[in-house]
Each structure stands twice: as structure tokens, then as C-alpha cells.
Design a protein around this ligand. Structure first.
Ligand code: GLN
Length: 547
């Protein structure tokens, strides 16, 4: 019998519900239990694929090619739960399914309603997210209790618990205890009201996790317990972490949450949660004193969530190299206006993926600076495409070389659509999900991965144009990874540079704190070398005029 945990949030959004859910998944996994993780999002978009990063942060891509919520990134970084397109449902996806059934006549002339048709579809969605062999399935409900759009989801999980039986379901509610500086106290009222809302719907949370800035006093715990009808021992404090989000699981275990969960769900008390390896990793992190600085030049740089997995991956690689990775966030457009001084002193340059023209020339300029100055460079997706364009213009001398995404009439379309893609519409035509990549013998990436074939996740439309492949290779930019089925260039590198790698895929989706991604590892290690060698990173060649 699969046990279910539902995690809701109250008081305010952005409490770190995704992170807390992931941490709960992890501590159960470290007790030898197999977990599934799922997110239900109340917004109406069918998936976040079409949403602006400003609205939603990064779009996280699963192996099977689903464009999902970034919380799934936390799930994969903390647990080994297998994530698929069934791991993320939105209101839009649920309604599309119900409406499609209605059009097919599946409801046999009945009136189609929120209860039971939408709530049934949500419950089906919850069941579909449970992977094979799962002991505990965790489902996080996005949004905040009290939102109109969350209601069908909350109603569905209430029904789910009724059908499943009280011992097999645990409701966890995450809230905030705001600290009022003026009176110097933390307030419990918003938590009481949020739990009140849940109880109105018919959900009595079993566990309250309270985000706090200050320690929770015994008296407050007592008060929350009384007003919210939750056992005192199940009122858990989750204090702001001061140095790493990876402390959250350790903190929850210290508060006894792991025992509480297994006891409630009737799961075995043994084995105990084993956080030894995790704790050792945190300890290494805590002891680190050396710092390297990586410039990330992007378009959505003001918003941390837009490049979340990239920042995390850099941190993981830092842990492996025994350094703190400090990130210098640089707005790509500013490079054209304010110049390369913005990059001065950085020990590495990373250009993430992206869409749209804004900032493109700034990215290309930054890449030229890194290539000519011997500064370690890592280009991801659009970052790799920009590196190709830069090399074409400035090394191959191909005037106005470009990607056809932004310059359909360029005389040198070094990034283009493949023949079989030409003429297709924009919507739903991206190359999404995991594809095979064969690594070339003797390449840097071959050595870093330690294997000759990998699978990596994609989310893009345009490709390296094979018509130019020979010209690039002859002039020093080597093709180091190729998709064997369609002969698509997946990785380029400059062997004569301290570290210069561009990848068409998104390695940031596969990095974990204890298993940093090999290319991130190699990149940060190269940045460390540069930092130790004095770290001079000014251009050795006078910058050329921009194309
Ligand atoms: N815009 C580019 C493409 O569609 C790159 C996409 C990305 O960086 N994710 O090919």
C-alpha cells in the first residue's frame, strides 16, 4: 500500500515549499524508502513552457521531455524519484483532459462539473504520478491556501484521503511566523487563520512546519498546537538557514520530523535516517575558505529563479573542488553599454540558455573576451550557439554570421533549422527531453564524463549547421559530441584553450550536490586554476568592432 504525503502552503507564497517537500522526500529516502515526488500547480497554463522566466523562473525539463515547474529541480537534486510528465499537473492540463473527454462524449450526456469530474481527474493525476515500487508518494500543492484557484486541488486531496484511509495519508502544512521588529515578537495569528481555512475545506493538517526567523518558544508551540488542533510535537520549526539550502533536511531530522512521519504512516522505525554522507558534504562546504568568481551573463539576470539549476550546479561543482563559487550576475545588454570592465577579474564565464534577441550581442562580446583572454568558458544551449556565432565571425571571418532565430537573412546561418524541421510552426516543435550524445575520443568532455556516450536533456529549436562543420574543425573549434541518430552537433570545444566548452543541451538539470555534473566540475576546476594562477582575465587582444 502506497502512503501519501500532501504538502500545502499558507500565509504567503515563496516559503520554500518545493525545497521543504524535496527535503522530506530525501529524509524518507535516506531511511531506505522509495519515494515519488509530484507538484500540482493551480495556474491555468497547461505547462510553464510558454511562460516568461520573469513570471515563473526557469522551466525544468524532465527526461521524457515535459516542461515543468522549477520545484521539480529541487526534487531531483534531493531525491532519486523518477520524474516524468505525470509529475507535474496544472489546472490547465487537468481541464484540457476533462474537456477533451467531454468532446469525445465520454461523459454520456451528463453535466460536467468541478466536483466530481475535475476532482476525479486530479485524483487520477495524483495516482499517475506514483512510480513503480513507491513506498511514499509526496505531492506538493502549489499556491497558497485561500487562493480561489487552489480550491479544486484541496478538495481533491480531501477526497483522496477519505478514499485512501486516515492512516495512509499525511497532511503537512507549511506556514510563516512573521517576526515584528517593532514589538520584537513572532506572530502566530496568520498561521491560525491559514489552518482555519484548511479545516473549513475539511483538511486537518497533521504536521505544521513553521518558517521562522527567530527560534520558536515553547509557549508559541503550545499556542499554535492549541489553536490549530495539531499535536505539540508536530509543530516543527524551520528556521531560515544562514549558509546553505542543503541544511534543510538536517534541520528537519533534528526536529524529529522523520520519526513523526513514519510513525503516523505506520512505516518501520528502522533503519534510521542516514545523513552521514550528506552531513560530510555540508561540513566540507562549511570549512571552505577559497572562492572563485564566475560571471553569468544572461538576459533574466535580476531574477535568481530564472537560472536556478545553473546556480545550483555551479555550487555543486564548487563543493567538489573545495571552493565557494561566487556568482557575478551580469546583464548581457550592459556589456555593450558599459564595456568589458563588467567581466574584469572573473575566473570563468558562463552563458546560459535563452530565447529572444535582447542581450545577444553582449553575450557574443563576452565570449570573445573569454576566448581571447584564455578565461574558462561554458556555454549552455543559446550560450553554445552564441559561441558558434562568435567563432564564425571573429575566427572564420564569416561576416554577419548569425543564428537564423534572430537573423533569418544572414549570409552565414551557422545556427539554423535542420532540413526536416524547416517549415514547422513554433508551438510544440522544440527538441525536448533526453537524447543520446556520443563523445569524441580524445576530447575534453570525453575525459570529464569518463564514458563515450551520454544522455542529456534538451529544450531548443535551432541547431549547429552541419554545412559549416568542416570549416570550424579545420580552424580549431572541434565537435566533441554528436547525436548519433540525426548527426546533430551537441558539443563544441576549443582544445587549445584552458577550458572552452559549448553544449546544445542542459547539463544543469542533471547535477546533484553529491554528484556534480562532470562538465560543471571541469569548468569550475578550470576557474580554480585560473584564480590560483593570479586570475588575470583581461583580454589579451584588443576587442574588435562589433559586427
Ligand atoms: N533559442 C535557442 C533555440 O531555440 C536556444 C534555446 C535555449 O537556450 N534553451 O534553439
Amino acid at each position: 500500500m502506497v502512503k501519501h504525503i500532501f504538502i500545502t502552503g499558507g500565509v504567503v507564497s515563496s516559503l520554500g515549499k518545493g525545497l521543504t517537500s524535496a527535503a522530506i522526500g530525501m529524509i524518507l529516502e535516506r531511511r531506505g524508502l522509495k519515494v515519488s515526488m509530484q507538484k500540482l500547480d493551480p495556474y491555468i497554463n497547461v505547462d510553464p513552457g510558454t511562460m516568461s522566466p520573469y513570471q515563473h523562473g526557469e522551466v525544468y525539463v524532465t527526461d521524457d521531455g515535459a516542461e515543468t515547474d522549477l520545484d521539480l529541480g529541487h526534487y531531483e537534486r534531493f531525491t532519486h524519484a523518477e520524474l516524468t510528465r505525470d509529475s507535474n499537473y496544472t489546472t490547465g492540463k487537468i481541464y484540457s483532459e476533462v474537456i477533451a473527454r467531454e468532446r469525445r462524449g465520454d461523459y454520456l450526456g451528463r453535466t460536467v462539473q468541478v466536483i466530481p469530474h475535475i476532482t476525479d481527474a486530479i485524483k487520477e493525476g495524483i495516482r499517475s504520478g506514483v512510480g513503480r515500487g513507491t513506498d511514499v508518494a509526496l505531492t506538493e500543492i502549489g499556491g497558497t491556501v485561500g487562493d480561489i484557484e487552489s480550491l479544486p486541488f484541496l478538495e481533491a486531496i480531501r477526497q483522496f484521503a477519505l478514499e485512501q484511509g486516515p492512516d495512509d495519508v499525511l497532511f503537512v502544512h507549511l506556514t510563516l511566523l512573521p517576526y515584528l521588529r517593532a514589538s520584537g515578537e513572532m506572530k502566530t495569528k496568520p498561521t491560525q487563520q491559514s489552518v482555519g481555512k484548511l479545516r473549513e475545506i475539511g483538511i486537518q493538517p497533521h504536521v505544521l512546519i513553521c518558517r521562522t526567523e527567530q527560534p520558536m518558544t515553547e509557549e508559541m508551540r503550545q499556542k499554535i498546537s492549541l489553536f490549530c488542533n495539531v499535536r505539540k510535537g508536530a509543530v516543527i520549526e524551520e528556521r531560515d538557514v544562514d549558509f546553505s539550502i542543503y541544511e534543510v533536511p538536517t534541520m528537519l531530522v533534528a526536529a524529529g520530523l522523520d520519526d513523526l512521519i513514519v510513525d503516523h504512516l505506520g512505516l518501520p522505525r528502522e533503519p534510521r535516517t542516514d545523513l552521514d554522507e550528506w552531513g560530510a558534504m555540508l561540513e566540507r562546504l562549511r570549512r571552505t575558505t577559497e572562492t572563485v568568481e564566475i560571471a553569468v551573463v544572461g538576459k533574466y539576470i535580476e531574477l535568481h529563479d530564472a537560472y536556478k539549476s545553473i546556480y545550483e550546479s555551479l555550487a555543486h561543482a564548487g563543493i567538489a573542488s573545495g571552493v565557494n563559487v561566487q556568482i557575478r550576475k551580469v546583464q548581457a545588454e550592459d556589456i555593450l553599454e558599459e564595456g568589458l570592465d563588467l567581466l574584469e577579474g572573473a575566473h570563468g564565464l558562463l552563458i546560459p540558455g535563452g530565447f529572444g534577441e535582447r542581450g545577444l550581442e553582449g553575450k557574443i562580446r563576452a565570449i570573445q573576451w573569454a576566448r581571447e583572454g584564455g578565461v574558462p568558458f561554458f556555454g549552455i544551449c543559446l550560450g553554445m550557439q552564441c559561441a558558434t556565432v562568435e567563432f564564425a565571425r571573429n575566427v572564420l571571418g564569416l561576416d554577419r554570421a548569425h543564428t537564423i532565430e534572430h537573423s533569418p537573412d544572414t549570409p552565414h546561418p551557422v545556427i539554423a533549422l535542420m532540413e526536416d524541421q524547416a517549415g514547422v510552426d513554433k508551438g510544440g516543435t522544440m527538441r525536448l527531453g533526453a537524447y543520446a550524445c556520443d563523445l569524441r575520443d580524445g576530447s575534453r568532455v570525453r575525459a570529464l564524463y569518463g564514458t563515450d556516450a551520454v544522455r542529456e536533456r534538451h529544450r531548443h529549436r535551432f541547431e549547429f549547421n552541419n554545412a559549416y562543420r568542416e570549416q570550424f574543425e579545420e580552424n580549431g573549434m572541434k565537435v566533441a559530441g554528436v547525436n548519433p541518430e540525426r548527426d546533430l552537433v551537441e558539443i563544441v570545444e576549443l582544445p587549445d584553450h584552458p577550458f572552452f566548452v559549448g553544449v546544445q543541451f542542459h547539463p544543469e538539470f542533471k547535477s546533484r550536490p553529491l554528484q556534480p555534473h562532470p562538465i560543471f566540475r571541469g569548468f569550475v576546476a578550470a576557474a580554480v586554476q585560473r584564480a590560483r594562477g593570479g586570475g588575470r582575465s583581461t583580454s589579451v587582444v584588443a576587442p574588435r568592432a562589433l559586427a
